[in-house]
Design a protein around this ligand. Structure first.
Ligand SMILES: [Zn+2]
Length: 146
């Protein structure tokens, strides 16, 4: 098995208890042990403050530090890994949808509450006016009764 090996400028972390494969490195041409590692790829998005961090699974040569794609070495794992990633992405999407729904419901509840409050205020105001009219009538009756 010969792998495509390249050198990596960004930060590499060896995976603790990760996979080890012994094979001839296409970069240094030595029989070497490749260690499972992750490479962090950071993207700074200008004008937006967000910093995205993406990890890539790689295998690193123990001799020359060259790396090759993890799934090039373990192609049979690719489908399961991508399925797990797609599942995680879908779950994150569903969570966001649920959160949006929750916010929408909260807003609707608040609007309803305000409406009910305004309605109550109008009722109280009407009651007060009715009482005023009643007491005016009382006063008028008393005046006429005299
Ligand atoms: Zn090498």
């Amino acid at each position: 098995m010969r792998m495509i090996v390249w050198s990596y400028g960004t930060e590499l972390k060896r995976v603790w208890n990760g996979k080890r494969v012994s094979l001839k490195c296409s970069s240094c041409d030595r029989q070497a042990t490749f260690y499972e590692s992750t490479a962090d790829e950071s993207f700074k998005v200008f004008l937006v403050v967000d910093l995205y961090k993406k990890s890539r699974r790689v295998m690193q040569c123990g001799e020359c530090q060259g790396v090759c794609d993890y799934f090039e070495m373990f192609p049979h794992e690719k489908e399961a890994f991508e399925a797990a990633q797609a599942k995680a992405a879908k779950e994150a999407h569903d969570r966001q949808k649920a959160e949006e729904q929750r916010k929408r419901e909260a807003t609707e509840r608040e609007l309803k509450r305000q409406e009910e409050e305004a309605h109550k205020r109008r009722e109280q105001e009407q009651k007060r006016k009715d009482q005023e009219v009643n007491s005016e009538l009382e006063a008028l009756k008393k005046k006429l009764g005299k």
